[in-house]
Design a protein around this ligand. Structure first.
Ligand code: SF4
Length: 488
């Protein structure tokens, strides 16, 4: 579909709305208009006698629609909103589809909800969601609950609080739905890169620790993510944890998560080593408890292996375990997904994170198998079942985010047993405080201590670049101290 952007700068929002309704289409933005051919959406802003007119017109195979609105007193926010509304109505008319998140295209609905609650109170904030952003009552309630659950936890944050993220962008093999920059550890290239990667990671931890102490930052949580950190041997994990202990003051650290990931690499020996060295939260992520689906998505473990690994972790003594599930996986059905949810609940992990499948272009499913996002509402039914069943089982939603190209425009929600919320997920997703991040693909986010300004420091995405340009990685970290000098 061609999307014409004429006389305004709201291309980002316009494109995102189009993607919500046409997730599988190629969307081409055009900033000049001659004559339109094929499927198109035309958007325009004009001014006449001091009045701004915003309009959207759509013409596709199965129909056409047009909406215009006037704005007497111009502001960017109002103009963007009104144009989005016109576009939304056009898209809704020709597709007959009503997205449950309405006009909301952002990745952090609960962050917006919390901001609105602080400004206007809970009732008005919810009204803003339903009446202005056209979010369904059910999704509004979800965002509002997440915001409520987070409030007391966020309140304990101090201006100089921070979290540490350690990136392990390697996996035992590649899952077909995954678009993450992760290298299969079995490839010759990855094997060659890996020892130097670990060495650099330790150096980066050492230097980052120096910046943290130089700026009197207070470490609240540590998170090993990936990829699959579980590919590290017990010795390698302990070495990295040791490096953290030597270079950071952990006396204020309230949580240490290691996202072990897949059951095919998570052994008893590794779990014992993590437990004995202070890791107090782990993730074992089956994604589904259906063996045939696991095979289709290319995960090299069975459902019973995931259950066994979970039980071993419990036996060792972990009392905070997360399991991830994904709704909408290829080969899965609503009934199959319901069984996965029931199995996860029966295990009683402290956290269950329910994702809606997002299909990025770089995943094998899209790139090679040409699988596109289902237009039916099966993923919606899966998510609805998860929400109802988890609620009945005593879990509460504590963090959430949305992704583009997600089945049914749905959301990812972290569920928790009361009092077992993962702090890092809240800090990171709601952008509560600074996250110092190390490793390939890691992004450090510096948050102004008593304000909302955020700055990012990007590490190189690929391990080979991270290794070969490591001096630059380290040089960029200088910005940490400059940032705190400016904003403290
Ligand atoms: S889904 Fe996870 S385990 Fe699978 S390839 Fe992606 S990062 Fe690795």
């Amino acid at each position: 579909m061609t999307v014409y952007i004429i006389g305004h700068k709201f291309h980002f929002e316009t494109e995102n709305l189009c993607r919500m309704f046409y997730p599988n289409s190629d969307i081409k933005l055009c900033y000049e208009y001659n004559t339109a051919e094929g499927d198109y959406l035309y958007t325009e802003m004009t001014t006449c006698n001091g009045v701004t007119v915003l309009s959207a017109k759509i013409n596709v195979d199965n129909g056409s629609a047009e909406y215009n609105e006037e704005l007497e007193c111009y502001s960017d926010d109002d103009a963007e909103y009104i144009l989005a509304l016109c576009v939304f109505k056009c898209l809704k008319d020709v597709t007959g589809y009503t997205p449950k998140w309405g006009l909301l295209t952002g990745v952090r609905p609960s962050k917006l909800m919390s901001k609105l609650v602080d400004q206007y109170g809970k009732t008005q904030a919810e009204k803003y969601f339903t009446d202005k952003l056209l979010v369904s009552k059910e999704k509004t309630a979800l965002a509002s609950t997440v915001s409520d659950v987070q409030k007391p936890l966020v309140a304990t944050n101090k201006g100089n609080s921070f979290s540490l993220y350690v990136s392990i962008p390697f996996c035992p093999s590649r899952c077909s739905y995954c678009s993450f920059v992760s290298h299969s550890i079995t490839s010759a290239n990855a094997k060659k890169l890996f020892p130097e990667y670990l060495e650099n990671l330790r150096k980066e931890l050492e230097i980052t620790g120096r910046y943290a102490s130089e700026n009197s930052l207070k470490l609240e949580s540590v998170y090993f993510g990936g990829g699959t950190p579980g590919i590290l041997s017990a010795e390698e994990s302990v070495l990295l944890i040791q490096t953290i202990k030597e270079n950071f003051d952990l006396s204020s650290c309230r949580e240490f998560t290691f996202e072990s990931g897949r059951a095919d690499v998570t052994t008893r020996e590794k779990l014992v080593a993590l437990y004995e060295n202070g890791v107090d939260r782990i993730s074992i992520n089956p994604q589904t408890f259906d063996d045939s689906v696991l095979e289709i998505i290319g995960r090299k473990h069975t459902a019973s292996q995931a259950v066994d690994t979970y039980n071993i972790a419990k036996e060792i003594g972990f009392n905070s375990i997360n399991t991830d599930l994904i709704a909408g996986l290829p080969g899965d059905s609503v009934e199959g997904f319901k069984k996965s949810v029931d199995t996860a609940i029966a295990l009683r992990p402290e956290n269950i994170t329910v994702h809606a499948l997002a299909l990025k272009r770089s995943s094998t499913l899209v790139a090679k198998d040409n699988v596109s996002l289902a237009q039916d509402d099966s993923a919606g039914k899966m998510i609805d079942y998860a929400n109802q069943t988890l609620t009945k089982a005593g879990y509460i939603p504590y963090y959430m985010y949305r992704q583009s190209r997600c089945v049914g425009n749905l959301e990812n929600v972290g569920w928790t047993l009361p009092g077992k919320e993962c702090l890092y997920n809240i800090y990171m997703m709601e952008e509560i405080h600074t996250v110092l991040a190390v490793g390939a693909g890691a992004v450090t986010k510096l948050k102004q201590p008593d304000g909302s300004h955020i700055e990012r420091i990007f590490n190189f995405k690929y391990p080979y670049e991270y290794n070969s340009r490591f001096d630059e990685v380290i040089e960029r970290k200088n910005r940490i101290t400059e940032f705190y000098r400016t904003y403290n």
